[in-house]
Write a protein that binds this ligand. Structure first.
Ligand code: CDT
Length: 307
């Protein structure tokens, strides 16, 4: 018996610094309503979906940085999104910058169709650098502005299945998917903000969309789960960001792909049982994994060369 879950990947076009939260929340609500019209039970928004991607700037004053963070969720501007979600009975994943006392996290929440928060994930792999590096065309200061995750990778029983969350750079690391795969993840939701230009490795720029699909498609296949990857795309504050939002089946095949770099909803009806033909055969972990030979994965951080 198939277990269908209709999911929308709600790609956002750019959010400029001058755009206020209220304006952005209206865009999110428009996509949520479109999802409802298309039969979605769950709509996935990008990473840091309420503001421009602020780690591109060095800001010396913490008060200025804090202007991009949410002190409560829902908060004064986001309550409308929760209300509309509950009214339409469409749940959502939302990435945002979370202020929790003196801690700051790059966070995603999973909200059920009754408007309740069922899961919170704080980003594990924080890319970029911690100090101002003026040689770059733009900064990537996630290591400065965000604290290390205290959630790790978890999954939640929600939407009739087992759902995991990750954020942006996490998608490039096989451990992300495997740690959730070992908890039975049937679908992994992830939002991202990825500049086309990678200042330390400009030779990768032409491959940025290829790498985006490569990592999400291999993560889905190797763990027999759905992956829903959602971009904030287009030219934001002069910085071009990739689109390429996609819904990937457990076979590794993208079944829906965004065509634009603007606000765009793509939809797929996902059978949560579709992964079983992978997790019960080629990727039957209990039968075929050899963890006694994987010790270096957790005991060693960087590569050490042989003598
Ligand atoms: N937001 C985020 O994690 N972006 C990174 C950019 C490249 S690392 C500087 C990514 O992996 O897409």
């Amino acid at each position: 018996m198939p277990r269908p879950l209709t999911v929308g990947a709600a790609q956002l076009g750019p959010i400029q610094r001058a755009h206020g939260r209220a304006e952005v929340v209206e865009r999110l609500i428009a996509l949520l309503r479109e999802g409802h019209r298309m039969g979605c039970e769950l709509v996935v928004f990008p990473e840091l979906a309420l503001t421009t991607f602020f780690p591109r700037w060095f800001m010396a004053q913490q008060a200025e940085v804090d202007g991009f963070f949410e002190a409560s969720m829902p908060g004064p501007e986001t309550q409308k999104l929760f209300d509309e979600s509950k009214r339409l009975r469409v749940g959502f994943y939302l990435g945002y910058a979370e202020m929790a006392g003196d801690k700051r996290y790059n966070t995603a929440i999973l909200v059920e169709r009754d408007g309740s928060i069922v899961g919170k994930y704080r980003k594990v792999h924080l890319p970029g650098h911690a100090e101002h590096e003026p040689w770059r065309q733009f900064q990537h200061l996630e290591k400065r502005y965000f604290d290390e995750s205290d959630t790790g990778f978890q999954v939640w029983r929600a939407f009739g299945g087992i759902i995991g969350m990750a954020i942006c750079n996490d998608r490039r690391w096989p451990e992300t998917y495997r740690v959730m795969g070992l908890q039975g993840a049937e679908m992994i939701l992830l939002g991202y903000n990825t500049p086309v230009h990678n200042p330390p490795a400009p030779d990768h720029d032409a491959l940025s969309l290829f790498h985006n699909g490569l990592v999400m498609q291999s993560g889905a296949y190797q763990n027999g789960c759905w992956v829903v990857g959602v971009a904030k795309a287009g030219e934001e504050e002069g910085v071009p960001m990739i689109g390429g939002s996609q819904i990937v089946a457990p076979s590794g095949q993208p079944v829906a792909l965004a065509r634009t770099e603007g606000d765009e909803l793509i939809v797929a009806c996902c059978d949560l049982d579709a992964g079983l033909s992978y997790t019960s055969t080629t990727f039957n972990f209990a039968r075929h994994r050899m963890p006694q030979h994987y010790g270096l994965i957790t005991s060693r951080k960087g590569a050490e060369l042989p003598p």
